[in-house]
Structures are given as structure tokens and as C-alpha cells.
Design a protein around this ligand. Sequence first.
Ligand code: NAP
Length: 251
Amino acid sequence: MRSMASSASSRGIAAIVGVGPNLGRSIARKFAHEGYTVAILARDLGRLSRFADEIAREEKAQVFAIRIDCSDSKSIREAFEGVLSLGFVEVLVYNAYQPVSWNPTSFFNIRIDSFEKSVAVSSVGAFQCAQQVLSGMVERGRGTILFTGCSASLNGIAGYSQLCCGKFALRALSQCLAREFQALGVHVAHVIIDGIIGPPRGPTRALVGEQQGRGGDVTMDPDALAQTYWHLHNQDSSAWTQEIDLCSSTS
Ligand SMILES: NC(=O)c1ccc[n+]([C@@H]2O[C@H](COP(=O)([O-])OP(=O)(O)OC[C@H]3O[C@@H](n4cnc5c(N)ncnc54)[C@H](OP(=O)(O)O)[C@@H]3O)[C@@H](O)[C@H]2O)c1
């Protein structure tokens, strides 16, 4: 289930759920850079282990790769047994999502199992991951939970009901938890990424740029986005952000 780049320290853990080559990896790298022991979680353990080794080597940090499937309650429970065995989870970033086609899908062609899976990964998984770490945070009177949203968190989009319903629910979860737990020392925030993340993606990048009437150079730098996650974690409790909307200067 688990691949470890080195052994854990007694310091708080940053658990990043949903780590692929873009935002998840950048957030993990940022927290590792700042001295945190980091647990990175996703389904592809081979790829995760490579990321863990790379970040551990480059940032001289402790990084643990743990397999999780956020659409499966048992997998989440087992994964967090591994995470919690490393120490107190001080930071949880929930970043997992079920990718959707860049082309809208007619409502009549969306299968119920695909809809359920998308909602499960975007929001039910987030609910369960938060449940795994919140009692420890409340006990210590500190902790940060950051949820990653997108433009589909705020506005329904024709042809994207799976994504919108999951992300709307994630936003609601974030607001509810923020209002329930901030008085207990836990900072909960929802980060809306209003744009396209990542390195140039060939035809996709060109397509998006064309659709938006721009030259195609519309991607957001995941390392720059990760700075905001770090900043949110470090905010003074007298001035906590509950929701932030990030967009590129080209939007
Ligand atoms: N990409 C964009 O342009 C964009 C734009 C706006 C907002 N966002 C948001 O930003 C976040 C990160 O997106 P990203 O594209 O940068 O991806 P990323 O952080 O590079 O990787 C996210 C990872 O989530 C994992 N994942 C998917 N389903 C999962 C499941 N059932 N259980 C566990 N992990 C799962 C996938 O890895 P495995 O396949 O190994 O599980 C995927 O690589 C998402 O919440 C997304 O909605 C993205």
C-alpha cells in the first residue's frame, strides 16, 4: 500500500490527496520545501513513488507515497491509517477530482455511474478525508484543511453536470466545516482555480485558447498556485480566508 522515501519525524504531517503531475505535485513540493514531512496520495502508486523520491531528493525532505482511491471508503480508511501512523496531520489538501472530457457531454449521454463517481471523488472523498484528520486537529487546537475548486464550483456549465455537482458540494462542505471548526482552531478554506493549470498541453492548450479568443497561452503555473496554499496555511487566525479565487492575468 505504501512506499516511503525515508522515515517520519515527530513534526506535523502535510497530507496532499490527489497528487498528479500538476497542482498536487507542486503543493507537495512547496510544503516539503518549507520543512514539512509530506504524505502524497493518489491511485497510481508507481507514479507517486517517483514523485516522492524526486521531491525528497530535491527538497531534502521526508515524503511518503500512499495509495488511495477517493471513490472508495475502505481505501480512504486504509490510506489514512498509513498517514496517521506517520504523525499528527497538521495540513490536509484535498485536490482529487475525476477528470472530464474537454468537450461537453450531452446530459442524455452521462451515465449514472460516471455521475456518481465524479461526485464521490470531488466531494464524498473530501468529506471522508476531512473526517479522518479533524479530530486530531481539534484535539491540538490547530490545523489547516484546503479544498481545491474550479470555475465549475460556482457556476453550472452545460455539459458538465458531473463536475459541477461534485465541486458545488465540495464548496458547501468547505463552508460548513469552516463555520463549525474555525472557533476550534482549524482553518478551512476553498481555493477556486479559475483557469487551466499546467504546462502546455499541445492541442488542448490550443483548443482552450481558441475557444476563449486568446492565443492559447492561458495556463496557470502550478508552482505559483502552490504559493497561495502555503500562504493560506500561514495566515494569522485573526484574518483567515475562507475562500479565494485565483485567475491568470490572461483571463
Ligand atoms: N487541471 C486544470 O486545468 C484545473 C483547472 C481548475 C481547477 N483544477 C482543480 O485542481 C485540482 C488539481 O488538478 P490538476 O489537473 O492540477 O491535477 P494534479 O494535481 O496533477 O493531479 C490530481 C490527481 O488526482 C488523482 N485522482 C483522480 N481520481 C482520484 C481518485 N479517485 N482517488 C485518488 N486520487 C485521484 C489523479 O492521480 P491518480 O490517477 O494517480 O489517482 C490525478 O493525477 C483538481 O481539484 C481540479 O479540479 C484543475
